[in-house]
Every structure is written in C-alpha cells, then in structure tokens.
Design a protein around this ligand. Sequence first.
Ligand SMILES: [Zn+2]
Length: 55
Amino acid sequence: MPEQKEVSEVGKNCAGCKKPMKKAKRYYRNGAYYCNKNCFKKKLAGEGAEAGAKA
Ligand SMILES: [Zn+2]
C-alpha cells in the first residue's frame, strides 16, 4: 500500500491560547482543540467578553 497522506494531529494549535500542543495533551471541545479545560473555558469567556462588558 502506498503511503497515505495523514491529516495528523501534529501542528494542531490550541484554540484558546494558540499554542502548539502535543496530541497526548489535546482536549477536544466544540470542534476545536485545546490544551485543557482551562483553555476551553478561557476561550468561552473571551468570546463572551467580546460580546459584552466584563468586570
Ligand atoms: Zn491552550
């Protein structure tokens, strides 16, 4: 079999902090990858802050 082009996890960046991460540490949520739950929450909070005011 010929080598197949793989869309690998390598090169995935955290959707929260934009840092590249290893596949072992990825955290998948809502179609995006994050370092962990914290970055996921941060992303949600950030989007919320953009829409409205935050103390
Ligand atoms: Zn992150």
